[in-house]
Design a protein around this ligand. Structure first.
Ligand code: ADP
Ligand code: MG
Length: 237
């Protein structure tokens, strides 16, 4: 589903974090919001989630104006840096929980949990509890739980930040594979330019609440519009 931020603004009290941002993410596209810490990436993503209400502008999913809708009514899947799995539940119960809340019958939940855990490659972990999983496995469970309701949009905020270097590399390609296989529209927030370049169709580089350039990874690399963009892409953190 297409996502459109139309003249989106967000302030906290008198602090203006985002002013008049317009951004379109195409159906089936994976877009990175890339920029240094504090530039407003999470604020933007939280507004798309429905956690923050915009102080100006509109947010559209397809033709539907979701600006005033709560998170639950937006049909989104979210994965944040901390996995926030329910520790007392098994993997299967964690993944099935969003369906249980919706009132789906147990037999149907089992089918959907099987389907999504096959896609995310955790079919062998369904009986375990989160404490018995590695960081990468926990993150796969969080992804499965985010995707089980077949959301229109997948929102990822620094999803790899808690993983060690090897797992981060593995999960980069895994998240991209899953995004491609499901064809879901996805927005990835990251401060890591290599992550953005290797995972996304397009990158929106942000600085102090503004998008300074939006382009494919190749275009961005070959033709950075400003010294800030060139510097940011050239200097790994
Ligand atoms: P990023 O995700 O790019 O690191 P954030 O979107 O979290 O940046 O934050 C952008 C700016 O907005 C920061 O200056 C931050 O202090 C401010 N900010 C974020 N959330 C709040 C809030 N709830 N109240 C006040 N200021 C906030
Ligand atoms: Mg952030």
């Amino acid at each position: 589903m297409r996502v459109l931020l139309d003249n989106f603004s967000k302030s906290f009290g008198t602090t203006k974090v985002i002013e008049n941002m317009t951004l379109e993410v195409g159906h089936g596209e994976m877009l990175a919001l890339l920029g240094p810490s504090g530039c407003g990436k999470s604020t933007t993503l939280f507004a798309i989630c429905g956690i923050h209400r915009p102080t100006g502008g509109r947010i559209l999913f397809g033709d539907r104006d979701v600006t005033d809708l709560p998170s639950q009514a937006r049909n989104i899947g979210v994965v944040f840096q901390s996995y926030a799995l329910y520790p007392h539940m098994t993997v299967a119960e964690n993944i099935g929980f969003p369906l249980k809340v919706k009132g789906m019958p147990g037999e149907d939940i089992r089918k959907e949990v099987d389907r999504i855990s096959g896609l995310v490659h955790i079919g062998n972990l369904l009986g375990r509890r989160p404490a018995e999983l590695s960081g990468g496995q926990q993150q796969r469970v969080a992804l499965a739980r985010a995707l089980v309701r077949k959301p229109d949009v997948l929102l990822l905020d620094e999803p790899l930040a808690n993983l060690d270097a090897k797992l981060r590399l593995e999960m980069r390609s895994e998240i991209r594979r899953i995004q491609r296989e499901t064809g879901i529209t996805a927005i990835l927030v990251t401060h890591d330019q290599v992550e953005a370049m290797s995972m996304c169709d397009r990158i929106a580089i942000m600085k102090e609440g503004e998008i300074v350039q939006i382009a494919t990874p190749a275009e961005m690399y070959n033709d950075p519009r400003t010294a800030f963009v060139a510097g940011f892409l050239g200097n790994p953190p």
